[in-house]
Design a protein around this ligand. Structure first.
Ligand code: GLA
Length: 615
């Protein structure tokens, strides 16, 4: 008996696939997948910038090793522009200070292997022009209403990054104005990182920008009593938003004050520690033409940078604060955990962290980023830290070899999602796979995945995960447990673009079906998204068995097989159609705490800090 029972067509496949494709999943423009690093002119030079000096900064970024360490963006802040626009209404350079023009400056910056960042404003005048209205009467420096033109102008100069400020603007049109520039940049014909500078976070920002300033301007103090925010005040403010950060979307606690006067050495080191653990954009804003070795070493610390740039993209956050003695953690892609210890007191204090509190059993090796030293295997760390001092550590979590996995057998009657098989010991099914073709068909982590060592291509489609690229002779095995001897209806959701695709099932090596034809997609060639449920009647005996699904014809994709009490297989199209919203909704990894232990939640699934899936 063989019939098609449910037709599961995914008319909007292209749209969903676009959204869930790995490259697109994390950011509105697929840029800034790690926190941007570079240099910005404001904190050090304020409005006093000029062409020669910026070229020298570019040279210094290269010769000092900053560029090679990852500080790629050279960003001009306010006051690069002329007060008035040109005859075509375009923004243009200040004729005295940037006489060669912005295109020439961009070319110079690019010729050094750096990227070119610029500054704009959503209002009528930039902050400097607005704050100094007497010097800039009638200034046309703001982009309001001219977003498209300005974005295209920036693109024509080779701009790679736009910081977009908030002065002389309408408080009721924040979202509208920032969205207008975001769209204009997308349409500008150039990849331009979009950095919102609105001095506070709003929920609409992650959808339209790569980063957003979470606080008012930083200044050279630990705690400020002046109009600007001190470094520690900003750390505290920025921490509130830690769950918003993810690849392509970063909280921006403003530039570094490291290298400028105002902070003690320990405070400067702590700004680096905390910007690293908070996955903050690292924008140096000191005169890097004349750096002290001490400051240069702070900028160039490889481990500090690696923790900041970790591709998992989780913003570390404070997990404890006992009388100003703070512990911060940031999970890393490899399963390692970065830990920052911070002393927010004005006297020396000992800050401790017991790893059991982080959910870590036994000893782990600890690498100290500032001492550049492996501290050996430990169950805790404790550091005597001077006033406002910090330590930055990496807990090196060695993957624990898992015992060979003997998963629970799938229950029959019941449903088997075909992708549910053993991945390096983590998985629900006790399944093996035979591959004729061990090629990775371009499926990558994220939207879809290739399970290393298995040859199996697992794809995330609009309807959920499927096993793809199956060809004749390949098979998948599952351990199943049949509740009761009897006749069952087997229903498989399969898709093929070919008319000669088929499969069969066996139990413990004995065929239980003939070859079952896979219906060809109605729209024919290259369409592997037209799923159909095909049924067969099978006799099964009570107990544990090995079920094998063997591909006997041309290429096919398979989503699931169900075994139901005879004739009771309900069409699942309704359930399957409910899935796409969840599939599109790729969420930021989040850290949460259960008892004393920390876990990561990603895309609705929970993992311990070593990356293993938990219930
Ligand atoms: C605002 C911003 C600063 C800087 C100045 C320039 O204050 O928050 O970061 O760009 O404008 O005028």
């Amino acid at each position: 008996m063989l019939q098609i029972v449910g037709k599961i067509s995914v008319a909007t496949t292209l749209v969903f696939f676009g959204l869930t494709a790995p490259a697109m999943a994390q950011s509105y423009n697929n840029l800034a997948l790690t926190p941007p690093m570079g240099w910005n002119s404001w904190n050090v030079f304020h409005e006093n910038i000029n062409e020669k000096q910026i070229q020298q900064i570019a040279d210094a970024m290269v010769s000092s090793g900053l560029k090679d360490a990852g500080y790629i963006y050279l960003n001009l802040d306010d006051n690069w522009m002329a007060k008035h626009r040109d005859a075509n209404g375009k923004l243009t350079h200040d004729p005295d200070r940037f006489s060669s023009g912005m295109k020439a400056l961009g070319d110079y910056i690019h010729s050094k292997g750096l990227k070119f960042g610029i500054y704009g404003d959503r209002g009528t005048r930039t902050c400097h022009h607005y704050n100094n209205s007497d010097q800039f009467p009638g200034s046309e420096s703001g982009s309001n209403g001219r977003e498209d033109l300005d974005a295209k102008t920036f693109a024509s100069w080779g701009v790679d990054y736009l910081k977009y400020d908030n002065c002389e603007s309408n408080p009721n049109t924040q979202e509208k104005d920032y969205t207008a520039m975001s769209k204009a940049l997308l349409n500008s014909g150039r990849d331009i990182v979009f950095s919102i500078c609105m001095w506070e976070y709003k929920e609409w920002m992650p959808k339209i920008a790569n980063l957003w300033r979470t606080t008012f301007d930083i200044g050279p103090a630990w705690i400020s009593t002046s109009w600007y925010r001190g470094v520690y005040q900003i750390i505290d403010d920025n921490n509130k938003y830690w769950q918003n950060a993810k690849p392509g979307n970063w909280n921006d606690p403003d530039m570094l004050e490291v290298g400028n006067n105002g902070l003690s050495y320990e405070e400067q080191k702590s700004q680096m520690t905390m910007w690293s653990i908070m996955a903050a954009p690292i924008m140096i804003s000191s005169d890097v033409r004349n750096m002290s070795n001490e400051v240069k070493e702070l900028y160039l610390n490889k481990e500090m940078i690696a923790i900041n740039q970790d591709s998992l993209g989780v913003q570390g956050h404070r997990i404890s604060d006992v009388d100003g003695k703070q512990v911060w953690t940031k999970p890393l892609r490899s399963g390692d955990i970065a830990v920052a210890l911070l002393n927010n007191n004005s006297s020396t204090q000992t800050v401790e962290c017991t790893f059991a509190d982080l959910g870590i059993e036994g000893e782990v090796e600890v690498y100290d980023a500032w001492q550049k030293e492996n501290l050996g295997a430990r169950t805790s760390v404790s550091a005597e830290l001077p006033a406002h001092g910090s330590a930055l550590l990496r807990l090196i979590i060695k993957p624990v070899p898992r015992k060979p996995f003997k998963g629970k057998a799938f229950a029959i009657p019941g449903k088997i999602e075909m992708e549910d098989f053993d991945i390096n010991g983590v998985g629900r099914g006790n399944t093996t796979y035979n591959e004729n073709d061990s090629e990775d068909h371009g499926a990558t982590e994220g939207g879809s995945s290739y399970r290393p060592g298995t040859g199996v291509d697992i794809y995330k489609k609009a309807t959920g995960y499927i096993v793809g690229y199956n060809q004749a002779g390949e098979w998948l095995e599952y351990s199943v447990k049949v509740a009761k001897t009897g006749t069952y209806t087997m229903s498989a959701a399969v898709a093929s673009a070919n008319s000669t695709s088929s499969f069969k099932l066996s139990i413990d090596g004995e065929d239980i079906t003939e070859e079952i034809a896979v219906p060809q997609a109605s729209s024919g060639e290259n369409n592997y998204d037209d799923y159909n449920e095909v049924e067969a009647s099978v006799s099964l005996t009570e107990g544990e068995h090995i079920l094998r699904f063997t591909v006997t014809g041309d290429w096919m994709d398979i989503d699931y097989i169900k075994f139901c009490t005879e004739g009771q297989c309900e069409a699942t199209s309704a359930i399957r159609q409910a899935t796409p919203a969840a599939v599109q909704n790729i969420t930021a990894p989040r850290l949460f705490k259960k008892g004393n232990a920390l876990f990561i939640e990603k895309n609705g699934k929970r993992f311990d800090l070593t990356g293993h899936r938990i219930k």
